[in-house]
Design a protein. Structure first.
Length: 264
């Protein structure tokens, strides 16, 4: 089954590599042109480090379908980054979105707690009309070595929806050089999930870093709510997405993998 009603479980060996929450809003030009001093002051205790970057904006194409289409260069976008003292938490603010991310996911409650004050301060200071897109993304990377599952096949650890080819009796897993599953699933009237799943090798962390020889399983869920979400309902929207994500995640894994992740 694609979705599971298995009770929500905290795993001591959780595979979350990166978790990102992003809320997009109608463009607020003030953010791009004026340093966010008041916003920084409101979050500085939790995010004391500050970085300002100018990023190139994609060009705008006008006149398509006419005799003289034009490509117009757009002004750069200012991306304000606020980091926690230990560098584990990153908050980004641009004229179009606010986002929180971490490479050390402690669980949903603590993640939501880290977002509460920055999001409330942002809404109070900038008063966005609404959120056009509320997104929550989980990039999960499963290592059989770390989980003590060196002898297990991926087809024994993940549901058939994500391992169909790997289940064929005449196919040996190590002969498959690529076997990915990509889907976009409508979850309810306003939510959807983009799911990417499959085995692969991770890219080196830097130009001189060695290639990790282990084949891992990547399970990437990008959940989103469209429409115009009132600011007062942003927290509820994220809770809804998290609930959908839990059902998809639990539906993707088998009991053998579930036990290897050390459930509480």
């Amino acid at each position: 089954m694609l979705f599971s009603d298995h009770p929500r479980t905290h795993y001591r060996s959780a595979p979350a590599h990166e978790v990102i929450c992003q809320l997009r809003f109608p463009t607020i030009l003030t953010i791009n042109n004026v340093e966010p001093a008041d916003f920084q002051e409101s979050i500085r205790e939790a995010f004391p480090q500050y970085i300002r970057r100018e990023e190139a904006a994609p060009p705008k194409v006008t006149g398509l379908g006419g005799p003289n289409p034009r490509v117009e260069q757009q002004p750069p976008v200012t991306n304000y980054t606020f980091l926690s003292a230990d560098g584990r938490w990153k908050l980004n603010l641009t004229r179009d979105f606010i986002a929180l991310s971490t490479l050390s996911y402690p669980g949903w409650e603590e993640f939501a707690h880290h977002l509460d004050k920055p999001l409330a301060s942002f809404i109070q200071i900038y008063q966005p009309a609404f959120f056009q897109r509320v997104g929550l993304r989980y990039v999960n990377i499963f290592s059989r070595t770390k989980l003590g599952l060196e002898g297990a096949l991926w087809s024994e650890l993940f549901a058939p929806a994500y391992t169909a080819l790997l289940r064929e009796p005449d196919v040996e897993e190590d002969r498959i050089l690529g076997c990915n599953s990509d889907a976009v699933v409508k979850l309810d009237s306003s939510c959807q999930a983009k799911i990417h799943a499959g085995p692969g090798r991770m890219k080196p962390a830097g130009p001189n870093a060695p290639q990790d020889p282990e084949v891992k399983f990547i399970f990437d869920m990008d959940l989103s709510m469209g429409g115009n979400t009132p600011c007062t309902l942003s927290a509820a929207a994220l809770e809804t997405l998290h609930g959908h994500g839990t059902r998809i995640f639990e539906g993707a894994i088998t009991d053998r993998l579930r036990q290897a992740m050390n459930p509480d």
